[in-house]
Design a binder for this molecule. Structure first.
Ligand SMILES: *[C@@H]1O[C@H](CO)[C@@H](O)[C@H](O)[C@H]1NC(C)=O
Ligand SMILES: *[C@@H]1O[C@H](CO)[C@@H](O)[C@H](O)[C@H]1NC(C)=O
Ligand SMILES: *[C@@H]1O[C@H](CO)[C@@H](O)[C@H](O)[C@H]1NC(C)=O
Ligand SMILES: *[C@@H]1O[C@H](CO)[C@@H](O)[C@H](O)[C@H]1NC(C)=O
Length: 604
């Protein structure tokens, strides 16, 4: 039912659920306060220099919230919690990560802390053994000064201008985050997620620990930069009501009001800035150098008429894609840029608040292997019903599906395929581990992998299963996804984790390698699954036979075989046996050994 979806989803988003799962345990938490430090005394060897007590205090003083719905969300909050603690360490000691000799002790302490605060929640059981969360670095940066020496002074000043203030109101928070996002995109994502796994967290830890005057343990800072909400009890209830009525009002007034307010705040903000000498200097550089970037970084609300004009009244010739959600049209904006419009079917106005919120979240997710969301439109049009449209950059080379199975005549060469595999993996790894909050794509398939002018892969439609009115509704087990690509546990039990995306990625990778569809036409009446076919070849020790031999510029046999093995591993029926997306990126980039389960079973 649609009405239940917006509200519950809205709540879960607005409250950015804190770390507290089990309310009952909160009162115990204080009593257990000594447990960890006691342990430290007993254990020989180095002790963990991270200050867990400040975090404990935040959690205990904050208000308990409804429990999380799924494990990936829980694990994401656990990860954000570590970032708060690391950021506090940066503030007090100047380092992003504790010495490597203490990684294990720190992980163990954190695990204890979480199981104390959240009754029965064992990180290792739920999220896996990830001591690197405690000590993961980005581009080998370990101290705050190293970080500052890598980033141009002008960019740092920009960050100081926006983040050196209370982040308690949504405008200041959004501006600060936008700046951190662009800092990360320009200076920290160079080497990708490969050997630099926590680049996504670095700029945020830096801002909270070194720039913000209140520090990471401030409720507003934690909420803004780490999506952790620790508002004290009494304030929270009031805020809750204000937020709800605010949301309802917001729907009524529409976004013009919000835009006007944002504009007002923004102009006031700029006025304030002008008074600050440092920022004045920054502004000139903004106007000259960063102008276009900040301009296009904001989400645009389009008018329905504009879109109608751009697509020649949704003409049939402009349709470039069709799916369960609706049609995708290409069009040209008045400024001459080509964009894609995704028009959702069967919408009603009641879901607009959630839709807009989701779109804003998705627009803030930026990575070179993800399609950029430019804007959206919601409108009720007489005769045509309620409209919901999102606007994305148009990709000149269409989708991977077009190239593998469609009209495009020339086959993709091996180097291009290899790069598409890696790009797609990086984009997905970013959704799972870099985006805040983490995003499960749910509908990875060849037609959602788009190719830009240089055939760089751009993952499209991430997070859209959530905004689609026919998609997943509150606590329902209905599966969003496309047959042939959906992981068995998700299809059968509606169990959704980031490993379901890994499965779908594996299927796409097999399609990319073999040039065959997820559902293969067999000689007999029943269709054969590509995954089963590939697995049978791998079992027979012939992984190379999976590869499309008509592909131009074939690669080295062992490299192509590696790709097949990785793909088959991703499609493992047991979700725990599938690697994580960041592990996959590492396996694709390097010679990291492929886990032995596969080798062992393949040898049989
Ligand atoms: C990460 O990769 C870059 C370039 O590939 C390399 O120079 C750097 O040493 C690597 N860092 C780590 C920590 O492996
Ligand atoms: C990372 O930096 C440390 C010192 O800060 C150095 O010892 C180490 O070799 C570096 N690692 C890489 C891979 O560059
Ligand atoms: C939000 O923050 C800005 C900048 O600090 C400030 O000027 C503005 O008054 C704040 N707005 C509200 C509603 O508190
Ligand atoms: C933040 O602003 C205050 C005063 O407005 C200043 O004293 C402080 O040095 C600034 N911090 C940073 C990191 O720029």
């Amino acid at each position: 039912m649609e009405p239940s979806f917006p509200m519950s989803s809205f709540l879960s988003i607005v409250f950015a659920l804190g770390l507290i799962l089990g309310f009952s345990r909160v009162s115990f938490a204080l009593e257990n306060g000594y447990k960890i430090s006691h342990r430290k005394l007993v254990e020989p060897g180095p002790s963990c220099p991270l200050n867990f007590d400040v975090f404990r205090k935040m959690v205990v003083e904050g208000i308990p919230r409804p429990s999380f719905r799924d494990v990936p969300t829980q694990c994401n909050y656990v990860l954000e919690g570590i970032r708060v603690i690391r950021s506090e360490y940066l503030r007090t000691d100047g380092y992003f990560l504790p010495p490597s000799s203490t990684t294990k002790v720190c992980w163990e302490s954190y695990r204890l802390l979480v199981s104390d605060l959240v009754s029965g929640f064992d990180i290792e059981l739920a999220c896996g053994y990830h001591p690197e969360w405690v000590s993961e670095s980005c581009m080998n940066i370990s101290s705050g000064s190293e970080f500052e020496s890598l980033i141009p002074e002008s960019k740092l000043q920009e960050v100081r201008c926006y983040c050196n203030q209370s982040l308690g109101n949504s405008t200041s928070c959004a501006l600060c985050k936008e700046n951190l996002g662009s800092l990360q995109a320009s200076y920290l994502s160079g080497s990708g997620i490969g050997n630099a796994s926590d680049c996504a967290g670095y700029s945020f830890m830096y801002a909270a620990g070194w720039v913000n005057p209140y520090g990471p343990t401030d409720v507003a800072t934690a909420k803004c930069l780490f999506s952790l909400d620790f508002s004290p009890h009494h304030i929270r209830n009031k805020r809750y009501k204000i937020l709800i009525s605010g949301a309802v009002l917001g729907c009524v007034i529409g976004f013009f009001g919000a835009f006007a307010a944002a504009w007002f705040l923004w102009t006031r903000h700029r006025k304030l800035e002008r008074e600050m000498e440092v920022c004045a200097k920054m502004e000139t550089s903004l106007d000259s150098g960063f102008g276009s970037m900040t301009g296009s970084d904001t989400l645009v609300k389009f008018k329905f008429e504009e879109i109608k004009r751009a697509t020649m009244n949704f003409s049939r010739e402009n349709i470039i894609g069709q799916g369960g959600y609706g049609n995708v049209y290409k069009g040209i904006l008045p400024d001459g840029s080509e964009v894609a419009f995704k028009r959702f079917k069967n919408c009603s106005a009641s879901g607009d608040a959630v839709f807009t919120h989701e779109v804003e979240v998705l627009a803030s997710v930026r990575h070179m292997n993800l399609v950029v969301l430019r804007g959206y439109c919601t409108a009720t049009v007489p005769m045509e019903g309620h409209q919901r449209i999102i606007v994305c950059d148009l990709m000149p080379n269409g989708s991977l599906h077009d190239h593998l199975f469609g009209s495009v005549g020339k086959k993709l060469s091996w180097p291009i395929r290899q790069n598409i595999a890696l790009g797609t993996a990086r984009g997905l790894a970013y959704l799972h581990y870099g985006a805040q909050p983490a995003i499960i794509h749910r509908d990875i398939k060849a037609s959602n992998i788009l190719l830009d002018e240089t055939f760089e892969a751009k993952v499209a439609d991430f997070g859209l299963a959530k905004v689609n009115p026919e998609g997943i509704t509150h606590l329902s087990t209905r599966v969003a996804g496309t047959l042939g690509y959906v992981a068995p546990e998700y299809a059968l039990f509606g169990k959704l984790t980031e490993r379901s995306d890994v499965y779908s990625f594996g299927v796409v990778l097999l399609e990319l390698l073999s040039g065959k569809k997820a559902f293969m036409a067999a000689n007999g009446p029943q269709a054969l699954l590509l995954t089963e076919w590939a697995w049978s070849l791998v079992k027979e020790g012939r992984p190379i036979d999976v590869v499309d031999e008509e592909m131009p510029e074939l690669g080295l046999t062992e490299v192509m075989e590696r790709h097949v093995l990785i793909a088959v591993l991703c499609c493992h029926p047991v979700l725990e046996s599938r690697p994580t997306m960041d592990k996959i990126v590492k396996m694709l980039e390097t010679n990291l050994p492929i886990p032995s389960i596969l080798i062992a079973s393949a040898a049989l």
